[in-house]
Ligand binder design. Sequence first.
Ligand SMILES: Nc1nc2c(ncn2[C@@H]2O[C@H](COP(=O)(O)OP(=O)(O)OP(=O)(O)O)[C@@H](O)[C@H]2O)c(=O)[nH]1
Ligand SMILES: [Mg+2]
Length: 540
Amino acid sequence: MPKSKFEHIRRRTISDPLSAALLPPTNESPIERDLRLKAEIDAKKVSDNIDEMIRQERNEQKKSKAEVNVLLLGQSESGKSTTLKQFQLLHTPAAFHAERIAWRAVIYLNLVRSIRRILEALAPECDPIDETDDLASLEPELLIITSKGRPPSAILGTKVPDYESYRKRLEPLVELEERLIRLLSSPDEDEATHLGPTHPGWQSYANNGNENFPPVSSVLSGRPAPTITIPQKKQISSRSSSSNGGSKSKGKEVVVHTSTNWKKAFALGGKSKSPKSAHSGEIEGWWEDPDDPVHALNACAPVMMELWRDPKVKQRLHEKRIRLEESSGFYLDEIHRITAKKYIPTDADVLKARLKTMGVVEHTFSIPSGSNRGVEWRIYDVGGSRNQRQAWAPYFEDVNAIIFLAPISVFDQVLAEDARVNRLEDTLLLWKSVVSNRLLANVNVVLFLNKCDLLQAKLEAGIRLNQHMVTYGDRGNDYESVSKYFRNKFGALHQSYTPNKERELYIHLTAVTDTRRTAVIIATVRDIIIKGNLRNMRLV
Ligand SMILES: Nc1nc2c(ncn2[C@@H]2O[C@H](COP(=O)(O)OP(=O)(O)OP(=O)(O)O)[C@@H](O)[C@H]2O)c(=O)[nH]1
Ligand SMILES: [Mg+2]
């Protein structure tokens, strides 16, 4: 019979001292039993009341603490991370400043890749079709691919007679690029997917081999930038060239992975001075390390400048519709400064540095003064490429506001992850799915129609919107008309698809690499979000 089984359970329960203590007395009378049950019900009521009070208190605390969670959304390369950097620059400028040096490797890599891209575009032996495909997969943002295909001059265009000489003289950059990728990536990954903190050579700049190097959180807390420290010699040695990386990283973008605090590896910190510099009073740094990437870069600088200034090269890039000036061209125009041995990135350099985001990066800050005093802001910067978007949804539940970045200069470009998809079309679809999402019905929505500077340049260069977007028809191809058209288009989609017709949409025309303009916009957005948040809190 199963009886024995139950008996076993009961015996075990009774043998538990707590259960035994809670059991009613064996000789309990019916009156005593009623009294006991009543007492138990009363006790439960008291306990429930206490629970309720705690819950209410927590809610009140939450309200008075005033937290704002903001999610940056948009396709890859729309400008989310750049917007986050602008928030950092505005609210934690000292920390932003302290981290500048950590971006040196990224800026070098951006520059070196631009040079490689130019050389590839000039290569006479390239099969024209493969070449375009290859370039598209490398960095489509730099390619202008029209619906009408490439002009014949892209195939049979200007020859650059000095190509071989350029290629030979710039050969050291090939090795340098691979080295930089290895330095920025995890050593055990198949491709450059994140920036690992485990590269001793660069780490030496971070902490001079000091185990007590402060975590990035302390750098973020607004500590002033520490003095430059001495690198340990021969850390970035040729040993790294035998490990992974190499050509398999070619063309792959280096990305930031949220699980890796790569800045820790590259930031300055720890001891402010070496014994030698403490003695002599001089500042020393990476330029003293013969293995530092700056030396190879510096040696190639004159050739890089010659290449970038060569009218034949410019002509060839133009024929191939390669517009490097849209992003990394920023560094190409400043080769002399960027490749200087004692180069320290400026805030503007850091803002422009391209590093693809993977996962979700969180940045927290408080606004120390003014009307929004004491509000804790949490900004989430997500990866925008298609395979990253599934990571967004969990953040929808707790978010108070969304800043959606729609790069409107991309009407003639295709996605990096799918060359069949027009970038603007992807942005419009993404916008539609975000504004129609029910979880976000009561969230403040701010739309940045971004990359307006590039849009303007593109239109002025004669690139016509209606060749890529038939519905634009014969409206003017000037900046005013085009930006107004986009404003209306995105606005209308919001109006049609929002689950909350009361929700207001705030639209700004932005160029988030422009610090002055963006600071004004961010201040406005901050007020909108705070006001919207207060309104929502009163509704709860
Ligand atoms: N000229 C110009 N460049 C911009 C603007 N916004 C962003 N960029 C550049 O575009 C590139 C991509 O910007 P990111 O902020 O990294 O893009 P993202 O949306 O974070 O991209 P993922 O991390 O891949 O999702 C960077 O090189 C930026 O400097 C802009 O308004 N104007
Ligand atoms: Mg990003």
